[in-house]
Design a protein around this ligand. Sequence first.
Ligand SMILES: [Zn+2]
Length: 408
Amino acid sequence: MANKERLRQHLETMSKFTATPNEGMTRYSYSPEDVKTRTYIKEKMEQYGLTVSEDGLGNIFGKLEGTKESAPSVLIGSHFDSVPHGGNYDGPAGIMAGLEVAALFQEYGIKPAYPLEVIALIEEEGSRFGGGLMGSRGINGLITDEEFHTILDKDGISVIEAMQEAGLDSSLPKHRDPKTMKAFLELHIEQGPVLEEENITIGVVDAIVGLTQFEVTVEGKAGHAGTTPMGRRSDALITAATIVSELPKLAIDEGNGTVITTGQFAVFPNGSNVIPDKVVFSIDLRSGEDVSIQRVMEKVQALIESHQKDGIQTSIEQQLYIKPKELSEEIRSYLKESTEKLGISSIPMLSGAGHDAMVFSDYTEAGMIFIPSKDGLSHCPEEWSSLEHLAKGVDILFETAKKLTEAE
Ligand SMILES: [Zn+2]
């Protein structure tokens, strides 16, 4: 089963390739740290008997051919870019898992019928080029070739220019025919506290939550903080604050893992001695079930309307809506069976964050597992998961990959 020493070596090596040593993992796509990491990943792929290739975006593939003629591949992997000052596990844990599955195929001399491919994806976080999920979206044809010339980083460097600077060949094909994929498997750290608190090793992801975002505007009337009597004010901030304080209850009442957040809040004119005449704030609403999103959305709209009164105008604008994505039922059942066979504790879970598996799920059978995150922390230097849990996750992926790559 999974070799913890090999996993430890991957972790130790990849963790060194950061632009901010001792201040967490900062690894932007096509940076010198990306290049060092990519060299290591490719070396290991070769060592485990995989044929290495890159696409026109710099996504890396290591392929173990199958015995079946031109059969689609079972892909295992994740991304290797990071947020600024992030951790060593978000993304790379899934690549280490893919590498280790390949090492096990080699060690056990397994000749699969369907090819096994370890995949290392670029720019999932969007820390350099914004938007996020660029590697998986590019592979699946959701971004056109021309767009890669116009997607710029903060210094005005395009994806294509950045690739050239890193010595990568952007003229290679970027889009992959979905017919070449049989399945996509991803191991990821949970980035939340549930598995650790429940003392469970593996979360089998049922669905990736849907989300909607709104911008709410409350308008009142400005006035002098000293001379306007309390009874004669149209204070936009008091109304906005009241609305925000009433939002959590809507999510709690709905249950079903529904969460609601206000993360942006702007007060105008923002002077300490002026009654605010305008407040603009965000609402981010997520749930695993579309009906829950719809129901809470209606309640949010009603709540905001109910605060409309003399001197106070409220309005709400929807800015984003993404449906929840259910992952492959077949793969979920294989993952579940594997946990049972190996005696590893597991629970079904929702993913509150977007992942590459979510993009792949529209084009192939996609499955995903989570391993526990210490104190639920992620996107920070303290992010940590145990090698023990990572190894258990690998064992489950190994079982599942064997099943998916064998002849039917
Ligand atoms: Zn990630």
